[in-house]
Unconditional design. Structure first.
Length: 197
């Protein structure tokens, strides 16, 4: 009677450990990435909307990497974004197979904003996730309402604004309104057909 509620993740495999796009390499974090992370993590533009320590110190980067390495990749796939042989940011996907959904999170070095790199990385991961996991019916992402660049990435990914959460997150003493966006499998499939054509 309760078979429909069984967790079926035992048959699933995680996303590939290494994903290549046209300009990027997505891979697991390594402890050697500390200096690359520190190179952008103290930039106030990078941390403005993120609940991260400020200033961001070496131990914070080490703790961050160790936390990423400890994740179960089937529940939370975490990738370092490598651009021109340096870690320039990160991308996470949190899977909820019981509710057939996934949530995307990302950040990238402000010095390379505006080049479409986050969109390129995220599109590849969304494409792979929908392809590998037919159970997944939707992808979501959130961003601070003031974070116009991140919201633009979601728009380019075909995501639609689904909600607005007022004073939902507090970052360094300031309340942030959060915008929730999402894309359904059928919307992704329609967009993929346009990209291929």
């Amino acid at each position: 009677m309760f078979d429909m509620f069984k967790n079926t993740t035992s048959d699933l495999k995680p996303l590939p450990e290494i994903i290549q796009t046209k300009r990027l390499l997505l891979r697991q974090y390594k402890l050697e990435d500390v200096d690359d992370i520190l190179a952008y993590a103290n930039n106030p533009d990078w941390s403005r909307f993120l609940p991260v320590p400020c200033p961001y110190e070496r131990q914070h980067a080490i703790d961050f990497i160790n936390a990423k390495l400890a994740l179960d990749p089937l529940k939370n796939s975490s990738f370092a974004i490598v651009f021109e042989n340096k870690v320039a940011g990160g991308l996470d996907v949190r899977f909820d197979f019981n509710d057939c959904r996934a949530e995307l999170g990302y950040s990238i070095n402000p010095s390379i904003w505006g080049r479409g790199l986050v969109t390129e990385a995220a599109q590849k991961v969304i494409d792979l996730s929908f392809y590998i996991y037919p159970e997944i019916s939707r992808f979501t992402a959130t961003a601070a309402a003031e974070n116009v660049s991140s919201l633009r990435v979601m728009e380019k990914l075909g995501m639609i604004k689904e909600g607005y959460l007022r004073q939902h997150q507090k970052v360094r003493g300031k309340f942030l309104d959060i915008v929730c966006c999402g894309i359904l499998r059928e919307e992704w499939e329609a967009g993929r057909e346009k990209r291929i054509a």
